[in-house]
Design a protein around this ligand. Sequence first.
Ligand code: BES
Ligand code: MN
Ligand code: MN
Length: 451
Amino acid sequence: MNYYEQHRQDYLEGLKTFLRIPSISTLSEHKPDIQKAAEFVRAELEKAGLQNAHLIEGDGNPLVYAEWLGAPGKPTILFYGHYDVQPPDPLDEWKSPPFEPEIRNENIYARGSADDKGQTYILIKAVEGLLKQHGRLPVNVKFLVEGEEEVGGKHIESYVAGKPALIKSDAAVICDTEMFAPELPTICVGLRGIVYGELIVQGADHDLHSGVYGGAAPNPIQALAEILSALKDREGHIKIPGFYDKVQPPSEKEREAWARLPFNEQEYKEKEVGVKELVGEPEIPLFERLWARPTLEVHGIRGGFIGEGAKTVIPARALAKLSTRLVANQTPKEATGQLQKAVLAVCPKGVTAEFRPIHSAPPSLVNPDNRFIQAAAEAMRQVFGKETVYIRSGGSIPIVAAFDEHLGIPSVMMGFGLPDDNLHAPNEKLHLPNFFRGIEAVARYLEILGA
Ligand code: BES
Ligand code: MN
Ligand code: MN
């Protein structure tokens, strides 16, 4: 048994303690848990043998920093993760409570197990193992762990934009993505960006009796539905003028690589997504729709009467939460403007409509032709025993674009989640063999880089 195999039980206990903290960044009543999670990460980094472990306070949730800089002449790696999690609702769909981690057939179930506490813990334990075994690391290492990734918080970005000497490094390493399939080592080289906001539709200045005024008064819920259906057609084409102008199609090489990925569309459709039919732009292949095309999605609608029974009212206001995912070379600023303009242009008469942005992040693409990504592919190949594949992902990790823009460093996204890990959904899990192999792969990575 190697060192890492001997310590599996300790890793599980530590991870469970981390997962018991309900550090939900979008709910203000969980502020104390955010603080607790930040402090937990700081203490773990110190215990791992890193130096200068401290919280960086600022406008937003604390960042956690730690370093080990005892390898002069060797590269410096900046490890990134996030200790905040999504809300667990709907609670009654969890088989075990979201903040009481439970192991069931080789998976650990809890909110944050894959996204991203489990994967952040992988990074910490990999470094800890090397330090405990050898008293040193093969390269220099810095950690920067944030607590508002899930809400698009700006603390880390404004910190990074200041280019502080403290985080100067040669590459960022991020463990917050997924493997394409079980057992298949995967590096993610592209993420979509996002603009998230609220569409607010105002009709009359007060609620109206629907019998007395129906036929004369505008209905903001109907108007909201009309606006939404004008923004995207029934085939999934976004009808915002100019929206696709800057969209960069994937290269032929990338398209071919995607077509070679082991994939069963039937299984994806029925088991993973759980639908009878997939939708989206019919002329665009699936992976391109998911990874290289923008989206427009509604997340929630509020308005009018939704209580028990019936109430005949024409409500004064309606609201929809919506987002658009962006791909290179779209920018959040331009996309926001285009969306706002399109909303005004299609708004039916009698109501006013406005899109108010809440948060945004640019898309990112990383060129895999550098030694940091090549070494990661090799480390994963060695530990998983299979050739590493390169994919993109449809999700967003805002800091990746900021590392590129402000620090000029590539992000190495070696993820250990699985497609069925239920990120942001009930019964989120992390596959334990991935957790353990992830720790060994990251350690192997540092050894390869330092050799
Ligand atoms: N880790 C995810 C993003 C992700 C998921 C990347 C799966 C690749 C594969 C991240 O925590 C996330 O959920 N990000 C948000 C960002 C947003 C709130 C700014 C997202 O994508 O919705
Ligand atoms: Mn994440
Ligand atoms: Mn997430």
